[in-house]
Design a protein around this ligand. Structure first.
Ligand SMILES: C=CC1=C(C)c2cc3[nH]c(cc4nc(cc5[nH]c(cc1n2)c(C)c5CCC(=O)O)C(CCC(=O)O)=C4C)c(C)c3C=C
Ligand SMILES: [Fe+2]
Ligand SMILES: [Fe+2]
Length: 343
């Protein structure tokens, strides 16, 4: 980073320029596992028109009158079951990913992290990177599969904050990496090691992705196709001829039709039709969070065992483990090409 003091007049404030920044962004999470904090978080998240594509005039009364009066209490109970000493798993793991990426990239790049909803806010972290002299920033939404409700809304939010700046940084965005060999190979190695460490051999590996309203597929969102492609490539890379694979979609919200098959329904059907040993992984999540730790690992297990299954394992996400960090390091260095000396 060069500080251009020499050419400035003596009374000019110091100007830091020439730095390169990376901002990792994930979805967002409440500040605490209580109904008030969850309500504040859900109000921001579910008011995003990229997330709920219903006209505000129709949706806001439903959100304020029904969803935000009932869901926060239920969700806070779920959050309490997965909360850690370091806070929400999603935030703690994202912070660790940023820390470990910083160590890998060295002092020549400033790594930050932010959440699309809640704290730390994208605008604050972009301002901080700018403040320390980054005039080139790679915005990295940590979503392997592109979705308007996740990837695009991160870019929108960053653009909102650029709109307020007189002196904007140059900005690049990390493209979706759903079929990138770096991602597929990292997942295959990491999931393979987790399967080998189990004390049973699963008959079936469920690959559960976050769901979306089915209508978004018809509207041209590539999310569903990218999930299917990840699943196909992952199955080939894992090369486990004795294990079946299935792709499912979790976390249905609201009354509309969502992408199918639904994870909870498949867990029950599989158990009822004789599957005894099952493992479940969530390749679309970069970090473990409420959706993997509570919905899959706790409720998914209960559903499978109650329907007659015998053994159940929920596999961890890539998180800040070596396979995931090596992948992120390589993806980020590729996007920083021309900005830093690679590799
Ligand atoms: C219309 C509602 C929702 C859409 C569309 C949606 C898409 C979507 N979400 C993720 C990733 C995550 N979602 C998480 C939590 C979560 N998601 C919804 C609703 C929609 N998601 C809600 C209401 C919640 C909050 C919890 C609850 O009340 O059930 C999380 C976890 C956050 C955490 O704090 O741990 C993640 C991650 C993706 C990838 C996605 C579309 C592809
Ligand atoms: Fe979600
Ligand atoms: Fe959920």
């Amino acid at each position: 980073m060069s500080e251009q003091f020499q050419s400035l007049p003596p009374d000019h404030p110091p100007v830091k320029t020439g730095g390169v920044g990376v901002l990792l962004v994930n979805l967002g999470t409440p500040d605490a596992p209580d109904a008030r904090s969850v309500k504040r978080y859900l109000a921001e998240f579910l008011s995003d028109p990229r997330v709920v594509e219903i006209p505000a005039l129709v949706w806001q009364p439903i959100l304020r009158g029904i969803v935000l009066t009932t869901r926060p209490k239920k969700s806070a109970h779920a959050y309490r079951q997965v909360w850690t000493e370091k806070g929400s798993p999603l935030a703690a793991i994202t912070a660790e990913q940023a820390e470990r990426l910083q160590a890998r990239l060295g002092d020549g790049v400033q790594v930050g992290w932010a959440m699309r909803y809640g704290q730390p806010a994208i605008a604050d972290e972009l301002a901080r990177l700018k403040q320390v002299g980054c005039d080139r920033i790679l915005l990295a939404p940590l979503y392997p599969q592109y979705c308007a409700a996740t990837t695009a809304t991160v870019v929108d939010k960053a653009a909102d904050s650029l709109r307020t700046m007189r002196w904007q940084p140059a900005m690049r965005t990390l493209p979706a990496y759903h079929d990138d060999p770096l991602y597929i190979d990292a997942l295959a190695a990491d999931l393979g090691a987790q399967l080998d460490a189990l004390d049973f051999a699963p008959d079936l590996l469920l690959l559960s992705f976050h769901g979306m309203p089915a209508r978004t597929l018809e509207l041209g969102d590539p999310y569903h196709c990218q999930c299917q492609k990840t699943a196909r490539l992952l199955e080939a890379a894992m090369n486990r001829p004795n294990m079946r694979f299935a792709t499912t979609f979790q976390s249905r919200f609201g009354k509309a039709k969502w992408l199918e098959p639904a994870t909870d329904a498949v867990l029950e059907e599989e158990a009822r039709s004789g599957a005894k040993r099952i493992a479940i992984a969530a390749p679309g999540f970069s970090a473990d969070c409420l959706e993997t730790l509570e919905e899959l690992a706790i409720r998914g297990r209960e559903q499978f065992l109650a329907a007659g299954g015998e053994r159940f394992a929920a596999l961890a996400c890539l998180n800040a483990g070596d396979a995931g960090m090596a992948m992120l390091d390589a993806l980020v260095r590729r996007e920083l090409s021309g900005w830093i000396n690679c590799p």
